[in-house]
Design a protein around this ligand. Structure first.
Ligand SMILES: [Zn+2]
Length: 177
């Protein structure tokens, strides 16, 4: 299918709840096999041997899919930077590193509630100390990200045309590239 390299599409459940993100090619197949309808067209047209359909941007499944609630968002560097808006947790400057609030050398876990994005300078200065020992304060207590947008997108960037379907945190539109 030509033009199927054109990125990704948002899939809505039959209830219009955001479900997942798939390749444009996969979304087009859902439409062509009458499993979904296109809700929002993207730009351009997809060609296959027998069909021409607009590039799907948002599609909605015809049948309801039951999804077990997935509360856990995988902890990755990109997901962490998206959660923290790309800002250092200590000085709010541009973040470049991952800092363990309670250092790993002192038993701190690699978990959402113990990691923050940090600039290299703060991370280096902090070294194996805790913020309290330095008299530093965290702007917000680190926590696992929540919400539909995180469940559906993870650290992925949101297409602005999906915004109406997702409870987007502005930080995700800015940072999750
Ligand atoms: Zn900093």
């Amino acid at each position: 299918m030509d033009g199927a390299h054109l990125g990704v599409a948002l899939v809505l459940n039959a209830t219009y709840e955001p479900l997942c993100v798939v390749s444009v090619r996969r979304a087009a197949i859902l439409v062509l096999t009458a499993k979904a309808s296109c809700v929002t067209d993207g730009e351009g047209v997809l060609h296959s041997a027998r069909h021409r359909i607009p590039v799907p941007c948002v599609v909605r499944l015809h049948r309801y899919v039951r999804v077990p609630y997935r509360g856990h968002v995988g902890l990755s560097r990109r997901a962490l930077f998206a959660r923290d808006g790309g800002r250092c947790a200590y000085c709010r400057g541009p973040a470049e590193t991952v800092d363990h609030v309670l250092p790993r050398s002192r038993g701190g876990g690699h978990t959402w509630d113990n990691v923050v994005a940090a600039c290299a300078r703060c991370n280096h200065t902090k070294s194996d100390r805790t913020p309290a020992e330095l008299g530093w304060r965290l702007h917000t207590a680190p926590a696992s990200p929540r919400g539909t947008a995180w469940r559906v997108l993870g650290h992925r960037a949101a297409d602005p045309r999906w915004a109406g379907w997702l409870d987007l945190d502005p930080a995700m539109l800015d940072q999750a590239a």
